[in-house]
Write a protein that binds this ligand. Structure first.
Ligand code: ADP
Ligand code: ASP
Ligand code: MG
Length: 407
């Protein structure tokens, strides 16, 4: 008898028919003797619909109230699946985040899970019930409802698996695994049988939204075997995310990630003195704006140009802050561009291979794609380019690094 956590995303619970199909799969697990914890998202489109309702009444909805609103989506699906299972003779019980007691910090809209009480869930499992948990939500120490950030049901699932010491956490979605890149952009992308936590963490943090980044952090920290599978077909093995690098010959590049959510801000002609970087980025951090890439160029006239990227949602606010900074530092000009994207190559094999970055740059040059910013780490190379080159750039790189070939 195994303990399995299964998570179903929005499209997998997008209608009553889809919820029936989820019940079929859960019943199969129960009939095989497994204990089952099911974590659900809201129906596809529901979280966006709720966000639009909020936008209809406020330009800046109160974060606490937004969480009260957004957490309702998942309450619908957990109730429906539990009813469906019970109607078919399989005892089940639904739990909201606060009913389980998924304790989080108080950072509304992107709360972090601190602790999960397992007593009630364990008792239900031992009594032969299927436990159905609302993803994406928790409760803080003051009793406020919190949510975990978009895509947060993945994190609920992995955290439940870690807390209950499940044998496997299975993420059911609308693709049959993790691919070399988003199959919606590159149809010839290849499904990976396995990927390491480290690579998946990079892919997720660089924009591959197939798994929320925090879910991968949790899985890696607590060594939860994590598998991404399709809820639409039967029998596939999906992609296993593990700590082991199993194949003898690791491919140099595992995948290509891209991020459409970035925007670029530049302050030009700043006097080049010690401390200038912190004078620019300090006020940005004080405004709670996260910075991703940073480039500084020093000109011959002892001034410096400073460019950095932020989330596109923070672009307007970032520009306001930077204009104020420019006045204080007597900088020449502030420029911004929210029509950029970031493309990244990821692979642990990069550690032992030279020439990946230069091959990436020559591939993009051959397509006449201008690179605006570059950043590298041990296992990734990222470039910022004009957003109109997203498909062209990703496809050219996928081809150049032979990712579609079976290795
Ligand atoms: P769910 O609603 O089930 O959580 P998501 O939309 O969050 O599903 O994640 C699945 C989607 O992730 C896929 O439809 C796919 O377009 C996208 N995706 C992005 N990068 C990748 C990748 N490397 N491999 C697989 N899917 C990816
Ligand atoms: N419903 C939430 C969202 O759309 C959480 C999730 O689906 O994982 O982001
Ligand atoms: Mg998701």
């Amino acid at each position: 008898m195994a303990l399995i956590v299964q998570k179903y995303g929005g499209t997998s619970v997008g209608s009553v028919e889809r919820i029936q199909a989820v019940a079929d799969r859960v019943i199969k697990g129960r009939d095989a003797g497994d204990q089952m914890i099911i974590v659900l998202s809201a129906m596809s489109g529901e979280t966006n619909r709720l966000l639009e309702l909020a936008a209809g009444v406020s330009d800046r909805p109160t974060p606490r109230e937004l969480d009260v609103l957004l957490s309702t989506g998942e309450q619908v699906t957990i109730a429906l699946l539990s009813m469906c299972l019970e109607a078919r003779g399989y005892p089940a019980r639904s739990y909201t985040g606060s009913q389980v007691r998924i304790l989080t910090d108080s950072t509304h809209n992107k709360a972090r899970i601190m602790d999960i009480s397992d007593a009630k869930v364990r008792a239900d499992l031992d009594a032969g019930r299927v436990v159905v948990v609302a993803g994406f939500q928790g409760i803080d120490e003051h009793g406020n409802v919190t949510t975990l950030g978009r895509g947060g049901s993945d994190t609920t699932a992995v955290a439940m698996a870690a807390a209950l010491k499940a044998d496997e956490c299975q993420i059911y979605t609308d693709v049959d695994g993790v691919y070399t890149t988003d199959p919606r952009v590159v149809p010839e992308a290849r499904r990976l049988d396995r990927i390491t936590y480290e690579e998946m963490l990079e892919m997720a943090s660089l924009g591959s939204k197939v798994l929320q980044i925090r879910s991968v952090e949790f899985a890696s920290k607590y060594n939860v075997p994590l598998r991404v599978l399709s809820s639409f077909d039967e029998g596939g093995q999906g992609t296993l995310i593990t700590s082991e690098e199993t194949s003898m010959e690791q491919p140099v590049i595992s995948g290509i990630a891209f991020n459409r959510d970035e925007a670029k801000l530049t302050i030009l002609g700043v006097p080049d003195h010690p401390g200038v970087a912190s004078k620019i980025l300090g006020p940005i951090a004080d405004a709670n704006i996260e910075v991703d890439m940073i480039v500084q160029n020093v000109a011959a006239d002892d001034t410096t140009d400073f460019t950095f990227t932020v989330h596109r949602n923070e672009f307007a606010r970032g520009m306001e802050v930077l204009k104020q900074v420019a006045r204080e530092l007597s900088a020449r000009e502030v420029k911004g561009d929210d029509k950029i994207i970031k493309i990244s190559l990821v692979g642990v094999g990069m550690r032992s291979h030279a020439g990946i970055a230069s091959k990436m740059f020559s591939t993009l040059a051959a397509e006449n794609i201008n690179i605006q910013m570059i950043s590298t780490s041990e296992i990734k190379v990222s470039v910022v380019v004009d957003e109109k080159y997203l498909e062209l750039g990703v496809r050219a790189l996928h081809q150049a690094f032979d990712l579609k070939e079976d290795l």
